[in-house]
Write a protein of this length. Structure first.
Lengths: 380, 380
């Protein structure tokens, strides 16, 4: 497996070992004081030490901030902003999954913008404009899931309500991505499965989303192919670098494609994170087959295209859903919400939160609160 | 059919009537003195007058340069540069097919760069760097073919040798594209067919190209679907705006995708332009089935994927080639080189020029001069 450089629209350096190019890249941009932003788990791994060593060896003065965990909340972001200022950092290196990378974006934003983080919430009436310069930042994903490394949004939860707030601006895009599948070789099977289902869900839902965007359609459908080819292998043979590379590519393609829009699975997943602090990818994985079944009457052609793309013998909406069910079982994703620890009396609240989420507005078939209640009940 | 805005990486305004947004767009960029660059044929059409009127109505001081025709040569570009300077233009509006848009890029380059146009030839030893600012320019394609409106290269021929020279730089990208399928409604069937075959060839060859680029693969394959759905309709029912829109989108997707690389059909086509001044799209259209047959052993999977995508019953390399043969006949593309006016004694020269062309370096199966001689002979 070789290394590559793409620009679509972010410059993506892709392939085993490209993480070693970060220090030289920052130097070539005239930067010298990076703040490494990562999560608690990764800070304890050798990849963190290795990267800090590489930055130091190149003569860069790097500091590390690792106060991120779970679904990141605002109170985790603000100490990162202080760390940035105390270090007099001139750039950020985000290392991690969606949580760390979204936090890196929020820290970059608040390093140069006044007020409260949630003043910048997307589409909030009276939201402050993101009009200042954002510190240069590069992203090193360590999971193949959210694709936050190529995305222009940062999802941070409110500490009290647990509601996910979306900060959105093209200015939040990483200036360069170093997508190194070697960083995912040690992921536990459960994390590989949950994040991989997130990547797959992004590809599938953006392909199904009702907006017109053939460029994203093509990227999404090819992402479905790559995820379908690689996900089970990544779970069963974690050191298969080819499969790890394909899944990482699929995760970036899903995130590039979902500027077209997502769908109801994501609204279900956001509700599960809000109501039960579910891991986002796991939530998508548990819900995807139950939720997408609802879309079959509105998108038969597109289900058939996806089925053909992944090599189903009789491609159709039904066979695609059956394939998803098998995929869940092969990757160890819980088949039901009860298996995943949800109580029946949480379902009303889940449906309320889901209908309030904006992702389903691009779903190919309109949803009501009743739709969501039905889907959650079936998934239960 | 509605209008849309994409950014991938160029901002694309797409849909019927978006051409009316050009004047306001230039104004919003603080520009006031556009030079319209177009070809001789379009200068005589009402779309040229309409656009000049719209620019004037918005208070912009526009001038028009229309000294472009055929496969554009350097001696057509330089008067355009003089027109830009004489008008004291601050931006360029390119209106036309690949010839006019490639000329617009070359004029923009030479408006701010010293020396000779071909000093900037891509990969020429000692080539001058494209390091200055390039005037702001926007593109309005009037054919669905080259996709030059989203491309970063300008192909201009040497007046004497007729060899095509490629000037390449991301700086040559249009800053915005106004892709209005209404501008293609009056195209003669022959031009629709030839340019449409160019768009299809870009999609097919970039999908088959051996480089690794799954993002481009997805865009290319979806472009194949759109071109296959729309090309015959555009030829037979020229006023079908839906089909015209799909073909225009396919042409842009082909051009975005071919940053991945092209293949041997393009080397054949470039030889036909050099040796016999063939229209580029027509050359691709005549050669595509003969040339691609050579690739079947090296890319069975990809031919099958393309066949599935366009809905062939038994998708394979052979059935895809048969589909191309039928498409040629349904769109009035000559079936053979002799039908297209080539003499048998030109074949040696064609093979010599084709092997010297760089496009086949990304072909999935290696080519020799003998390969090309064989393909030209069969196509003859």
């Amino acid at each position: 497996m070789s290394t590559y450089r793409f620009s679509f629209p972010t410059a993506i350096h892709f392939g085993p070992g490209v993480r070693a190019q970060v220090a030289a890249h920052l130097e070539s941009e005239g930067l010298s004081r990076p703040l490494l932003v990562t999560d608690r788990g990764i800070a304890a791994l050798s990849m963190h030490e290795e990267l800090m060593d590489q930055l130091a060896a190149a003569g860069l003065k790097a500091a590390s901030f690792s106060g991120i965990w779970g679904n990141p909340v605002k109170s985790q972001v603000m100490p990162g902003v202080r760390a940035f200022k105390e270090h007099q950092a001139d750039c950020i290196v985000g290392l991690g999954g969606g949580a760390a990378l979204d936090a890196a974006k929020a820290i970059a934003l608040m390093a140069t913008h006044p007020g409260d983080l949630f003043d910048y919430e997307d589409e909030k009436p009276g939201a402050r404009p993101i009009d200042g310069a954002i510190p240069y930042w590069v992203a090193l994903p360590t999971t193949s899931g959210t694709g936050s490394e190529v995305g222009r949004s940062s999802v941070i939860s409110d500490d009290e309500t647990r509601l996910k707030k979306i900060i959105f601006s093209p200015k939040l895009l990483a200036r360069a991505v170093f997508a190194d599948p070697e960083l995912t070789l040690d992921l536990p099977a459960k994390v590989t499965a949950a994040t991989g289902m997130d990547a797959l869900t992004h590809c599938v839902e953006s392909y199904l989303a009702k907006n017109y965007h053939p460029i994203c359609d093509g990227i999404a459908l090819e992402g479905v192919r790559l995820a379908a080819e690689s996900l089970v292998t990544c779970v069963r043979k974690p050191k298969d670098i080819q499969a790890r590379g394909s899944l990482m590519m699929a995760s970036m393609m899903g995130a590039i494609a979902f500027q077209k829009g997502l769908g109801l699975t994501h609204s279900c997943a956001h509700a599960l994170s809000t109501v039960a602090d579910f891991h986002h990818g796991l939530a998508n994985g548990v819900m995807i087959d139950y939720a997408l079944k609802y879309n079959i009457p509105a998108a038969e052609d597109r289900f058939r295209n996806m089925g053909m793309t992944i090599g189903l013998k009789n491609p159709s909406g039904e066979s695609f859903i059956r394939w998803l069910e098998t995929l869940k079982s092969e990757t160890g994703i819980p088949q039901t919400l009860s298996e995943a620890g949800i109580k029946k009396d949480q379902i009303d609240r889940l449906a309320q939160v889901a209908i309030g989420d904006s992702c389903h507005l691009n779903n190919p078939r309109p949803c009501t609160e009743e739709t969501f209640r039905g889907i959650f009940l079936e998934a239960y």
